[in-house]
Write a protein that binds this ligand. Structure first.
Ligand code: APR
Length: 305
């Protein structure tokens, strides 16, 4: 089993490490900057002995090396700088997507493509159109990361183990995300029954701000430990055919009254990619936010074609 990671920067390099050390698959780490990919590939390979796994990690800039990949994860692109919104990144990262996706479809036509590059929702819509792949096989990683951030903030606020929290964030991977306080639980109890509506809103707001908070603190670059962990969990769900339900940016065709757009919704993920879209009974406000987000990312993506 092989997983390729396009973009050997902070997210891509850390993701390659996580995949190999979790013994999920051999990894091809590809970057336009050949030296970075090669150097990280050699370094990660040297770590195999002490890390205790036999996975091969190849650093390359040659797309022929990604052939036969089960999953190709796209992390290539610029990371946000302080003061930069995800939308500021759009033009540059869309141009990168326009070069990368056709090469993936040519060299790894049977793969599942997992988009990580931001702005996530617009680029997932764009990648689906550019690839001409089945919509089941093009997935964006946003909701798992946002849910992990939400879960962490809930756990810290209540001083409970994060493992006792079930958190779900759907919608766009942006400030317009929808942390579902009415579907998130702590030790089996609904969050909305444990904390006040005001606290729910504060936790939701802090979740939506978290990426920008990290960008501002780092001074350069953007988050990569949690993004790579989220992407790795999705790679695992596909490789191991786990069929777990996670929020992910996928193509909706009538679900949630969304027509022909990729947006973050709960989905069952397995070896075939998106195996089912789960329709939650959302409150009218969240449903409206979701539909509006889908419409705006769809328009933004079609303006790029
Ligand atoms: N093909 C392959 N690799 C490319 C290309 C390309 N056309 N263009 C850029 N890259 C590579 C860069 O050379 C760099 O090594 O993508 C890598 C990006 O790495 P970083 O700058 O460290 O960015 P990172 O933090 O990894 O974030 C990458 O993931 O979470 C998102 O918002 C984040 O969009 C950003 C992406």
């Amino acid at each position: 089993m092989k997983v390729s990671v396009i973009g050997a920067g902070n997210v891509g390099g850390t993701l390659a490490q996580r995949i190999a050390e979790a013994d999920l698959a051999d990894v091809v780490l590809l970057d336009i900057a050949e030296g970075i990919a090669k150097g990280k590939g050699l370094d990660l390979s040297d770590a195999r002995y002490v890390a205790g796994h036999n996975r091969r990690i190849l650093g390359t800039s040659d797309y022929k090396d990604i052939s036969d990949s089960a999953v190709v994860v796209v992390t290539a692109g610029l990371a946000r700088k302080p003061g930069m919104t995800r939308v500021d990144l759009l033009k540059k990262n869309a141009a990168i997507m326009q070069t990368v996706i056709p090469l993936i479809t040519e060299k790894a036509p049977d793969s599942i493509i997992l988009i990580v590059t931001n702005p996530l929702d617009i680029l997932t819509n764009l990648a689906l159109k550019l690839s001409k792949f089945s919509p089941k096989k093009v997935i964006g990683m946003g909701g798992v990361l946002d849910s992990s951030r939400f879960a962490n903030l809930i756990a810290e606020h209540l001083d409970v183990p994060v493992t006792s929290v079930e958190a779900m964030v759907i919608g766009a991977h942006s400030k317009g995300m929808i942390p579902l306080t009415g579907f998130s639980k702590v030790a089996g109890k609904l969050l909305s029954n444990i904390v006040s509506a005001e606290t729910c809103m504060e936790l939701a707001h802090a979740t939506a701000q978290r990426g920008a908070q990290i960008v501002a603190s780092l001074g350069q670059g953007s988050a990569y430990y949690a993004p790579s962990a989220a992407a790795c969990s999705m790679v695992r769900a596909i490789i191991k055919d786990e069929k777990t339900v996670v929020p992910a940016c996928v193509y909706c065709h009538g679900e949630y009254s969304i027509e022909d757009a990729c947006i973050g919704v709960p989905v069952r993920i397995g070896a075939q990619g998106v195996e089912e879209i789960i329709e939650l009974d959302l409150n009218p406000k969240d449903k409206e936010t979701l539909i509006n987000s889908a419409q705006s990312v769809k328009e933004a993506a079609s303006n790029l074609l």
